[in-house]
Design a protein around this ligand. Sequence first.
Ligand code: SAH
Length: 244
Amino acid sequence: MRANYRMQRLFVPDALDAGAGIEASPQQSHYLMHVLRLREGAQVLLFNGRDGEWSATVSEKTKKAVRLVVQDLQRPQPPLSDLVYCFAPLKQGRLDYLVQKAVEMGAGVLQPVITQHTQVAKPGIERLRANVIEAAEQCGILAVPEVRESEKLDRLLAGWDKERRLVFCDEDAATNNPLPALQAVKETKLALLVGPEGGFSEDERRMLRALPFVSVIPLGPRILRADTAAVAALAVMQATIGDW
Ligand code: SAH
C-alpha cells in the first residue's frame, strides 16, 4: 500500500498503539506549531520503525510541546529491506545526499567503509542516522534503515557473510553494461559497494575481484561521482534483482 503523501509524517521513538499519548520533541513541536501551524484536532501520521504507521491527532499545545493522541493503524510495519549498502563516506554535504538517496532507493543497512582513498575518516554516525530518519519521514518509508559503525574494507570483507552477494561497482571495469553480471546473481541476500571520490586502489580492486562472493559491475562508459554512482547502482540493482 502506498504512503499517504498529503499528511505530515513524523518519526517518534515511542511505542505506537491506539489511544497512546505522545509528546512531540521540541523541534517537532516547533515545526507543528509554528511552521505547519496545526490546530488542535489536526491529523498527522506517526511511525517508529517498529509498529507501522498510525494516524494521530493534535490533542494539546503547550508553549513548549505538542501532545498527540494515536488513533488508527494506517499501514502495517513492513520488514526491513535486506539490501546492505556499503559506501566510502564522502564530505558532509554529499554524504547527507548519498545517505538520503540510499534510503529512498531501498537500502536496509547502511555500512560506511573506510578504503585507502576515503577522504572522511569517521563520519558522524548520529548525523547519518538523522539523515536516515529525515529521508524516511519525507518518502514514507516505515522500515528505518540501520546505520552501522564504519569498518575498514579489509576487515569488512574478512568477516563477510559468504551467502551475501557483494556487487562491487568498479570504475575500472572493462565493459559498460551491468545487466549481464547482475542477471547472473543467484543469491537473494545482496550488498552493494561504491568507492570514494578517489576510487579504489589497485590492491583493493585485486582483493575484491578475487573473492568468490563478489560480482563486479560497470556503471556505464563514464566515470560517475560517488553519490551519482550510488543512485545509478541502486536503481539498476533494484530493477534487476531487487524489489522494484
Ligand atoms: N576518481 C576515480 C573515480 C571514483 S568514482 C577515477 O577517476 O577513477 C567513485 C566510485 O563510484 C567508484 O569507486 C565506483 O565505485 C563508482 N563508479 C563511478 N563510476 C563508475 C563506473 N563507470 N563504473 C563502475 N563504478 C563506478
